[in-house]
Design a binder for this molecule. Structure first.
Ligand code: S3P
Length: 449
């Protein structure tokens, strides 16, 4: 939902060590996909552990608008009665995807090869984000688009009732684009082939196979090649959503930088396409153990035990970016509390996220007394060592949930409190963030300093 909400300023201050157990919410990427594939399957898909953040609730509402029955049964427990591949009906109103790029891009993929039209919009952040990356491949299937300049939302999508299968090489590392093409390929006859040069999160491929689609993945010299046979009958599934490694990153990193902390974060997905932050933290000297490694809901998971650590800056290579693309804001906070310099390379995709995250982190860190350098594709942070960040700044969050949470974590380890202009967007991905952090001992209040 993208009604103009009143900003919620927040302030975080140091309040001693963090301790206890952090039960983080379900994975956002998997939650969106469970609802969308459930809506395209025949029968009842039963989901447990669904993230009930606003982004995912907006996708649930969209699936209803296209004709699926979507019901909450209990906390995190949902049932979806799908309409079958190609069975979407025309929505009676504009589809509002709120803050969610994943929601709008995947849903456009899912409806673009059906002979219906729909108009999409979102909040000010989503309306400023590029959609050509989706409309380019959808045009190859035969769909048409009428949007604002630069292909921005609001946008009307005229789907095609007679799609042709497509071979598409994704030009940037983007799981959203790959997934949109695969979802569009579901209703095209024959084989749709998507190639990505760098492996991005693979939840769509995994889940399509789980729902009974014929999908193969091969590592070739040109990259990862995914081949999907169109027009399958998707069979409803039981889906247990694992806990989100991108949300877990906040209590994990807060515990690392707040002296004396010792926190357990159970059941976190360790999918190799999502593990880049954790590999980087270990390289920096973080004391994290990955206990009870097991499989849950088709994903590898582990219980993370995290103790406060003295860390050292590192070079984060460009090839790791896709596996930690959402984690750079919180890594920047860790880097500010490490000794030495951290250089993050190959991150220009961060400029087209919910905000320009390189700019948002650089300006906010500077406001808190941290020296940074940036260029189009790189962010360099000169760490001040454990507890060395002066703090005392108010950071602009630009409607970006991860920027808001990252700066609240910074305040827990800084000499003076850190404020943000608006923590409202946190509900898009991690609605329990404030209570979960408070239970660990964090001091976050809804007020300016
Ligand atoms: C996502 C893919 C990533 C990520 C986003 C979730 C997904 O976006 O940043 O939060 O669920 O497919 P890009 O595809 O733009 O890299």
């Amino acid at each position: 939902m993208s009604a103009q909400a009143t900003p919620i300023p927040m302030t975080s201050r140091a309040g001693g060590a963090l301790g206890g157990v952090a039960q983080v919410t379900g994975d956002k990427s998997i939650s969106h996909r469970a609802l969308i594939l459930g809506a395209l399957a025949v029968g009842e898909t039963h989901i447990t552990g669904l993230l009930e953040g606003q982004d995912v609730l907006d996708t649930a509402a969209a699936m209803r608008a296209f004709g699926a029955e979507v019901q909450q049964i209990g906390p995190g427990e949902w049932a979806v009665h799908g309409v079958g591949v190609g069975g979407f009906g025309e929505p009676a109103d504009v589809i509002d995807c709120g803050n969610s790029g994943t929601g709008v891009r995947l849903i456009i993929g899912a409806m673009a090869t059906t002979g219906i039209s729909a108009t999409f919009t979102g909040d000010a952040s989503l309306r400023s984000r590029p959609m050509a990356r989706i409309t380019d491949p959808m045009t190859l299937f035969g769909a048409c688009f009428y949007g604002r300049e630069g292909g921005r939302l609001p946008m009307t999508v005229v789907g095609t009732g007679e799609p042709v299968p497509v071979r598409y090489e994704v030009p940037m590392a983007s799981a959203q684009v790959k997934s949109a093409v695969l979802l569009a390929g579901l209703n095209a006859p024959g084989q749709t082939v998507v190639t990505e040069q760098v492996a991005t999160r693979d939840h769509t491929e995994r889940m399509l196979a789980g729902f009974g689609a014929e999908v193969s993945v091969e590592d070739r010299s040109e990259g990862r090649v995914i081949t999907l046979t169109g027009q399958p009958e998707l069979v409803a599934q039981d889906i247990a959503v694992p806990r989100d490694p991108s949300s877990a990153a906040f209590p994990v990193c807060a515990a690392l930088i707040v002296e004396g902390s010792d926190v357990l974060v159970p059941g976190v997905s360790q999918n190799p396409t999502r593990r880049g932050l954790y590999a980087t933290l270990v390289e920096m000297g973080a004391d994290i153990s990955f206990d009870n490694q097991r499989e849950e809901g088709g994903e590898p998971v582990a219980d993370l035990r995290v103790r406060a650590s003295e860390m050292t800056g590192v070079e984060v290579p460009a090839r790791r970016a896709a596996s930690m693309i959402d984690e750079y804001p919180i890594l920047a906070v860790v880097a500010a509390n490490a000794s030495g310099t951290t250089v993050m390379r190959g991150i220009k995709e961060l400029r087209v996220k919910e905000s320009d995250r390189i700019n948002a982190m650089a300006r906010g860190l500077e406001a808190c007394g941290v020296r940074v350098e940036e260029d189009e594709d790189t962010l360099t942070i000169h760490g001040l060592g454990p507890g060395g960040v002066p703090g005392g700044g108010t950071c602009a969050t630009y409607l970006d949930h991860r920027i808001a949470m990252a700066f609240m974590c910074l305040g827990m380890a800084s000499k003076k409190p850190v404020s943000i202009d608006d923590g409202g967007p946190i509900v898009t991905s991690f609605p329990s963030f404030e209570t979960l952090m408070a239970d660990l001992g964090a001091q976050i209040v809804r007020a300016n300093r």
